[in-house]
Design a protein around this ligand. Structure first.
Ligand code: GN1
Ligand code: MG
Length: 389
């Protein structure tokens, strides 16, 4: 598993030099930070009429960034082909004529490479910007929840026939929950958990759930759950919604596209969408997993994904919601103990607070487990799937 995040603040002149290395249609006129990613640094660049996204990949996390780019190129070729074929089918296609985009990589001016290495070792790449779109940090209404699920389903459907063995494992151990538990135990050797109420709450919460961490990995090892191409990080604000219609039109942040279980993605989507207060709240007592939103998300998701998912995979959806929330809490808490070296934090307690939010969400999922299972079961019935589609 990767370790320290590189922290570097670029000057505007440096950024302009980097952006100018890419084959843009005009001279760079503005560069501003974009989004709220916890790992990479992202900027919106304007060059004449053109808008592009410039990103510095965190090579402390992505140790082999060329492999990340290789996966992205593979993904792009596959998805563009599928989208072209689908557009030709119009109303009869998978998307029934709806808009869907995948940001395209922009090559460098000299050499036509999809990334640029700076003299300081910085690894940069540029992609097209999806116009007239926005993302949300918390769900605004039920219809939006359905769109967020539908968007993940479209993404999974478009990559469901991309041979998984062609993708590199760019982030070893990513979403392998038992590995995060091991990392947590290693952190405990060097640090003791502060005797504050929140620190002790996390310690006890993890201790009580050590036995669940291998649930998905065991099912994978048994051969019950297949490895598939996945997004890896489909949290709520990585889904772009068209401004005018509110429809999902793109899933961005493609660094973690690699082999995995669809459950990592479904769990991440559910945990980030069904927490109405968002990941950064400090109103811990009010954190709640909204089952009604989960229903809307899964309706949207299954309308697209049920055609290729196996029944056994549907059976682990409720477990995934619980486990991926728990895993992220564990990751945040471990990083807090280790001195906030992985996730960007604006104050020393931020990763502790983020961990508490995820653990409260887990507790809420556990309290509603029977209802969540019943919901998945009901939505997986053939009649429900036909209606959803
Ligand atoms: C990180 O950088 P960002 O915000 O896209 C993390 C995800 C977490 C997320 C939590 C490579 O994603 O796994 O779910 O923070 N990405 C990596 O906000 O570790
Ligand atoms: Mg990401």
């Amino acid at each position: 598993m990767s370790q320290a995040v590189e922290r570097r603040i670029e000057s505007l002149d440096d950024l302009r030099d980097v952006a100018s290395a890419f084959d843009l249609t005009a001279a760079v006129c503005s560069i501003v930070p974009l989004g709220s990613g916890n790992v990479n640094d992202t900027y919106l660049v304007e060059a004449g009429d053109q808008k592009v996204v410039l990103q510095r990949l965190n090579t402390g996390v992505f140790r082999r960034p060329e492999l990340v780019m290789g996966n992205q190129q593979m993904l792009s070729r596959h998805v563009q082909k599928r989208l072209n074929a689908d557009r030709n089918l119009g109303e009869a296609g998978l998307l029934a004529g709806r808009r869907w985009e995948l940001p395209r990589l922009i090559c460098t001016r000299d050499g036509g490479c999809t990334w640029h290495r700076c003299s300081d070792g910085g690894f940069w790449r540029t992609t097209t910007f999806v116009a007239d779109a926005h993302s949300v940090d918390v769900i605004e209404h039920r219809r939006q929840a359905r769109e967020l699920g539908w968007g993940l389903g479209v993404f999974h459907q478009l990559i469901s026939d991309l041979p998984v063995e062609q993708l590199a494992d760019t982030l070893e151990g990513f979403h392998i929950t038992p590995r995060y538990l091991e990392a947590y135990h290693r952190a405990l050797v060097h640090t003791s958990v502060p005797s504050t109420p929140l620190g002790q709450e996390c310690l006890a919460f993890i201790r009580e759930r050590e036995l669940i961490v291998s649930l998905l990995e065991d099912a994978k090892a048994r051969g019950d759950l297949p490895l598939r191409p996945i997004h890896g990080d489909p949290k709520i604000n990585n889904m772009l919604l068209e401004r005018s219609s509110g429809e999902a039109i793109a899933l961005i942040d493609l660094d973690t596209v690699k082999p995995g279980l669809v459950h990592y993605d479904i769990g991440d989507c559910l945990r980030s969408c069904c927490n109405r207060l968002g990941e950064e709240t400090t109103d811990f007592d009010a954190v709640h997993f909204d089952l009604d939103l989960a229903a809307a998300i899964l309706e949207g998701y299954l309308a697209m994904a049920s055609s290729f998912l196996q029944p056994v995979e549907l059976g682990f959806i409720a477990d995934a919601a619980r486990l991926i929330s728990f895993e992220l809490g564990l990751r945040f808490f471990t990083d807090y103990l280790a001195g906030n070296t992985y996730f960007k934090a604006s104050h020393p307690e931020q990763n502790l607070h983020r961990a508490v939010v995820q653990f409260r969400l887990v507790a809420s999922i556990e309290a509603q487990e029977a209802a969540l299972r019943a919901l998945v079961q009901q939505l997986s019935e053939p009649t429900a799937l036909t209606l959803a589609a």
